[in-house]
Design a protein around this ligand. Sequence first.
Ligand code: TEU
Ligand code: CA
Length: 564
Amino acid sequence: MQKKWWKEGVAYQIYVRSFKDSNGDGIGDLRGIIEKLDYIKSLGVDMIYLNPINKSPNEDNGYDISDFEDIMIEFGDLEDFDELLSGIHQRNMRLIMDMVINHSSDEHPWFIEAIKSKENKYRDYYIWSKGKDNKPPNNWGSFFGGSAWELDENTGEYYLHIFSKKQPDLNWTNKELRQDMKNMLKYWVGKGVDGFRMDAINHLAKDMRFPDGEVKDGALYGDFIPYVQNLPEVHDYLKELKRDVFTDSHVVIGETGGINYENAHVYTGVDNKELDFTFHFDLHSVGKGENPWERVDIDLIKDIKEKMTGWATRDEKEGWCPVFYSNHDTTRTVSRLGDDKKYHKLSAKMLATLQLTHKGTPFIYYGDEIGMTNADDFKLEDYRDASIFTRYSEFVLSGIVSHENYIKGLNLTSRDNSRTPMQWNAKENAGFTDSNPWIKVNSNYQEVNVEKQEKDCDSILNFYKKLIALRKEELTLVYGTFEEIDKENPSIYAYLRILEDKKILIVCNFFGRDAQLMLSEEAFLSNFKLEVCNYENGEDNLQIVNEKIINLRPYESRVYISER
Ligand code: TEU
Ligand code: CA
């Protein structure tokens, strides 16, 4: 197995807008992160992945870039960036930046030029169509609701935007555009950035014949995804970027919706020279019902074990993978996959055990290390995600969904659940800002916060630190094989990690009920010593029936290491 820093390290994702406000405008910023670098280092993490920090009018919270080589005014300036990067490097950590190159903001100079005239040099940096009979060229919807086409009155043509209309898609068939993008990426490589998360990267190519999409059960628009996702030309662009911009010392991560462990190798295959690994969407909608306002029970085997084991047991030449539950596009981990009420601490610790002993680079989303939960009491006016309001008119104002159900659906599934301010302490606004936060702080911040948990040796925070330290000590958890045990067990996820003569056995009860595990011969407990348990007095009241069977208490997780 090829050894790499980005395989051995543990990553921490920061949604900059919500992490720490240093200048009292209610918005997180780079100087706020600089203030908290010692906290981040104290977790034991090795790399920081920042959501986009480039200049942006913030239609989509930074995923709409108006200057790819400058810093968003609310986050600070290039001097702050340089100070942050050197602070990260001085603490022997690395920086991964989020690059949004599928589209730009409609306030980017290229687009401002492009709409001046059809002959403008930058016109072909974007994707235009005359449409037909004064309508868009086809029935494509967008990820944010509404049509994927917007009419530019001035030139009488439509431009494509698979996200919001303020995020016009860039035309990657244009050689000059690709060259400008490569020069921009080289600018950040030149500043010493260690890695890149490439946003929505598998959308770079579109079917420019613009065929209509299938209209599914009463939808207002046609399914556009088959024509804008994972088209073959994406590989040409990724190979070009890898060849002309990145070196082997960089990690290049793709965000690729619609990709799973069976086909990710088309992007991450070691010989492809495209991406080192990809962020998938496998755990995004676990527990989401037919209707967003209904939760369904987790099917541990189908929803979790088959997928995570699938990613962990791919052949090495198919590429690497991350191990993550949540990010800025999902809901909070303990609310979606654990129990944020009765078993908040135990289930958060069980999920931490799984994430930090599984195969792949762990990405801890800010706040998950203290068990932050969904903001399930938000009202419509508390939400900030642009996509909510386009969809509100499409689904509620048109009478398809009631307002109450739409709000219940947001409480359960909105991305804003994962974008509430970091909860530093029990002071006003959880110590995130001393003015009005851009989005409401979760109402449980006095119980769930860093300051309280740093003082509590049994806290979720200290449990994460213990597991991160264990992962550093035990390279078996990085480069070891992955062998699942008792696959058909409906309640317990158990597996062995093996490297040379070292074996580590991990067992996690995923539910709030007792469960029993049958061990395979390789895992008989007589050969193991208990290393970690998420129950405080894990040691003395172990429910070992015998060396072949273990009873686990609700949400109980244990890590055993072989005696050698
Ligand atoms: O999300 C990408 C995204 O949402 C689509 O790729 C889609 O969900 C997926 O392909 C489904 O199959 C990224 C960012 O993470 C998100 O925050 C931004 O809103 C979006 O791109 C636009 O930049
Ligand atoms: Ca600020």
